[in-house]
Design a binder for this molecule. Structure first.
Ligand code: LMR
Length: 328
């Protein structure tokens, strides 16, 4: 029996050795708050596929959608604690880390997504990727979602229609000011709570992209959507300095390349979804579309444009000029 015991322990030791030799892949957790059938959701899955194909057995990407792992209130803090390695919050959610990105929230600044893209790819736009480096946040790239629309339980044709109404907003002082100038009441709430807030009528409306309004069914709990295209909702894919520097250079390059390709796919999808999801919402007949006349749209511009001056010092006049120049 001694011999048997010896053999067993030898086998166990060998098994242990061979298990030990095949090192566990390094896990990259990617957490986000939206559904999977969105530009960000699809980008994250593409990134996983590319990394795991190119670095098989070495790196593994776990994607957590729908605020499953972390939500708006804690994903950036979790990133800095290395509890998650990649997040892609909307540009409106970085205010505690930098005021520079407030540029993207200025109402009626960008004429369309092509202008947003030109600004992001410009020297000024690329510099903003490093605007949080002192806080340990590394910007790896921008990702598009699209232009924002207003939704509510009444038709918002003129700024006065928003008076006294409560709107859920992302945690951005610029967006808060944008609603305050038209006499509305902005309420900062995480994305994961928006559907219920609308459904229970705790709030009257919100602003978002066609893709988010569709994938989270906001259109089912609102009576009207105003096609305002008044602002942009885009993302910055970020990691922590600690995690990024911990990667060997050759692996980091593969991971960055994979991310760039995944972002390119996400951006293509963002453009497509803005049209497709808009159409799906209209086809559902659950909500009425408010189309602004040029004069009505101008009334919104006139009402909201004063917000720029309020934030000019913090954001910087030069940066605002550079963004405006991207309209061509
Ligand atoms: C929102 O909070 O409305 C959006 O930022 C959600 C998202 O990530 O697109």
């Amino acid at each position: 029996s001694l011999a048997l015991f010896g053999k067993t322990s030898l086998a166990a030791a060998l098994l242990g050795l061979s298990l030990g030799a095949a090192a566990e892949p390094v896990e990259i957790k990617f957490s986000h708050v939206v559904a999977e059938n969105t530009p960000k959701g699809q980008m994250a899955l593409k990134f996983k596929e590319l990394v795991e194909t190119r670095l098989p057995g070495e790196y593994k990407v776990s994607v957590f959608p729908n605020s499953q792992l972390f939500g708006d209130n804690n994903e950036l803090a979790a990133l800095l604690l290395n509890d998650v390695q990649l997040v892609a919050p909307s540009l409106s959610k970085f205010e505690r880390y930098t005021k520079k990105l407030q540029i993207f929230d200025l109402p009626f600044l960008f004429e369309d997504m092509a202008a947003v893209d030109r600004f992001q790819q410009s020297e000024a736009g690329q510099k903003l990727l490093n605007s949080m480096s002192r806080k340990g946040v590394v910007g790896l790239g921008y990702l598009h979602n699209g232009m924002k629309q207003f939704s509510a339980n009444n038709p918002l044709s003129l700024p006065t229609d928003a008076q006294g109404k409560k709107f859920r907003i992302m945690p951005s002082d610029v967006i808060a000011a944008q609603f305050e100038v038209v006499g509305a009441i902005p309420v900062k709430k995480p994305f994961s709570e928006v559907f219920t807030l609308l459904q229970t009528r705790a709030i009257d409306g919100q602003e978002n992209t066609w893709s988010n309004i569709y994938s989270k069914k906001f259109f089912e709990v609102q009576t009207h959507i105003t096609e305002s295209n008044h602002g942009v909702l885009d993302y910055m894919v970020v990691t922590s300095d600690t995690f990024w520097k911990s990667l060997p250079k050759d692996k980091r390059d593969v991971i960055k390349q994979s991310l760039d390709e995944a972002i390119a796919l996400g951006n293509e999808l963002a453009l497509k979804k803005a049209d497709e999801d808009r159409q799906l919402i209209l086809d559902s007949k659950r909500v009425e579309l408010v189309t602004l006349t040029p004069a009505q749209r101008q009334a919104w511009v006139n009402a909201m444009r004063p917000v720029w001056a309020k934030f000019e010092d913090k954001i910087g006049k030069d940066l605002i000029d550079a963004a405006e120049a991207a309209n061509k």
